[in-house]
Ligand binder design. Structure first.
Ligand code: NAD
Length: 490
């Protein structure tokens, strides 16, 4: 049976499905970037809230801004916005449910006007984003908006022909201003430290150049709450699609799988109302920064540590790394002696318990999160996840060697693109070319990789780091058996 609204009553006889009337839902949220994570997290919480039968004005309209979103657009159109969420527990138990909170989907490359209209619609109260770190268009070393992007230059000159998220947001906000409508909240749900502040800074930089009067209105009217989001959501596999067919006879062309753990901590700062997500477990706090720092520097950094070292060793998944005692010990030591000392005390959170739970989550044998997903876009991720910790530790004269080995490994990975057994590694990164070019010079200039200022700032000038890094580079280039080098340190 195909997953569609018409078939939902029948599907509901054997899979948990929406019990609220989807017809009565109105779109209150426009979400840009309907990837796996949005569907496992925000859309899941929203669906849960809709189950209380008291949240009809908060349905979601998904938006894809890239040609690459055509597949999800086609699938969700065909399935009336419905999809299955497959929650995989560490003990092998699997919970499947149908999520109904996404009511519509738009693809901007086909119909840019419809996207602007939807955001400008009086019912829209929130525009939320999961557009990956790269979508924010900032220079990682300066943190400033990148005006050299050709799409951005086009939008600055042609406000009626938006291309990037910045062009769409300002075009829609201009319409709302012109029609005397309240502004919507812009809510980033990406893994970026101070995601709301960063979004605000980028939107304001763009708007000030495009239309200073509009920028002033945005400044006075739009809120940008910071948030910390968490739920490990691996890339969907063919096996997940087949599981639904075999287990339930259900044809879902793009289900999502995830772990049972879920968390969302968000600042209670909304321009135009918000759903009562506290009723379904979301935490609203005055200041989210200490929570996000903990998560980025332990969970996300932990993932990158396992991912990059795992890629060189030849592990395919994060749980395979966690079956390897050397990786487990290395990860824990990194978290204990390098990441934890840079964190603030958090009321109600015991960091040792949090780290224990991370180890258990990473080890979930049913999640099989691929090392390649974790390593993708490392040039955008590592400055926030790992290099920030390294810089803090340089300042406080604390240990840096665990993070440094990861960075030296990343250089080798970008240079040779091979694991220790000579098997090829596919580097998925917007900066893949630049990374490769810089890494390739290592034999003539051992510091060439860390001289990339947009990633490392001026860190190559720090003598202590440069020396440690050179030492690790020499080791790895001499002997690619990364586990041997890890073992020496633990
Ligand atoms: P995904 O690849 O499934 O989806 C990414 C989405 O971002 C796509 O819709 C894509 O079109 C869009 N996108 C990418 N670059 C863009 C740009 N420049 N402009 C506009 N849209 C752009 O990835 P995902 O697993 O859904 O993860 C998305 C983000 O969610 C991550 O980058 C991260 O910040 C956050 N997140 C993910 C997880 C996870 O476990 N997957 C956990 C926490 C947070």
């Amino acid at each position: 049976i195909s997953l569609t609204q018409n078939n939902l009553a029948e599907i509901a006889t054997h899979i948990t499905s929406p019990t609220y009337s989807r017809n009565d839902l109105e779109i209150g949220i426009v979400h840009v970037g309907v990837g796996g994570f949005h569907r496992a997290h925000q859309a899941f919480y929203t669906n849960k809230l809709q189950e209380t039968k008291n949240a009809n004005e908060w349905a979601i309209c998904g938006v894809g801004l890239r040609e690459g979103d055509r597949k999800i657009y086609d699938v969700l159109k065909k399935q009336d916005g419905l999809y299955s969420l497959i929650i995989k527990h560490p003990d092998g138990n699997i919970e499947t449910s149908i999520i109904g909170s996404i009511k519509d989907i738009l693809l901007s490359v086909d119909d840019p006007k419809a996207v602007v209209q939807r955001m400008a619609n009086p019912q829209t109260k929130i525009v939320s984003l999961t557009i990956t770190e790269g979508g924010y268009n900032f220079d990682a070393s300066t943190g400033e908006f990148n005006f050299n992007n050709t799409d951005i230059q086009h939008e600055l000159q042609n406000p009626d022909d938006p291309k990037t998220v910045f062009g769409y947001l300002t075009a829609a906000l201009k319409k709302r201003w012109d029609s005397a409508l309240p502004a919507f909240t812009i809510m980033s749900c990406d893994n970026i430290e101070h995601n709301g502040d960063v979004t605000q800074k980028m939107v304001m930089s763009f708007a000030k150049k495009q239309n200073p009067d509009l920028a002033q209105w945005i400044e006075n009217n739009v809120s940008f709450p910071n948030s910390m989001v968490d739920r490990i959501t691996p890339v969907t596999t063919q096996a997940d699609i087949e599981y639904l067919e075999k287990e339930y006879g259900l044809k879902d062309e793009w289900p999502v799988t995830c772990e049972p753990f879920i968390q969302w901590v968000i600042e209670d700062d909304f321009s135009n109302g918000r759903p009562e997500l506290e009723k379904v477990g979301v935490q609203f706090v005055p200041n989210v920064k200490p929570y996000e720092k903990m998560k980025l520097r332990l969970l996300n950094a932990g993932h990158s540590v396992l991912g990059i070292l795992g890629a060189l060793h030849g592990h395919q998944t994060i749980n395979a790394c966690m079956e390897d005692a050397t990786f487990v010990k290395y990860l824990r030591t990194f978290m204990d002696i390098e990441a934890t000392p840079t964190l603030d005390q958090l009321e109600g959170i015991d960091l040792d318990t949090y780290k224990d739970s991370l180890e258990a989550r990473f080890a979930n044998p049913n999640i099989k999160d691929s090392v390649s997903r974790i390593c993708s876009e490392s040039s955008a991720k590592l400055p926030k996840f790992l290099i920030a910790t390294l810089s803090d530790n340089l300042e406080s004269h604390n240990s840096i060697e665990f993070a440094t080995l990861v960075i030296a490994s990343w250089c080798y990975y970008s240079d040779k693109q091979l694991n220790k057994d000579g098997q090829p590694i596919e580097v998925i990164d917007a900066m893949a070319k630049e990374l490769h070019e810089a890494a390739k010079q290592t034999s003539s200039d051992p510091l060439s990789f860390i001289k990339q200022k947009s990633i490392f700032g001026n860190l190559a000038d720090n003598e202590r780091f440069a020396n440690q890094y050179k030492e690790k580079i020499a080791k790895i280039y001499n002997d690619t058996d990364i586990k041997k080098h890890m073992k020496e340190m633990i």
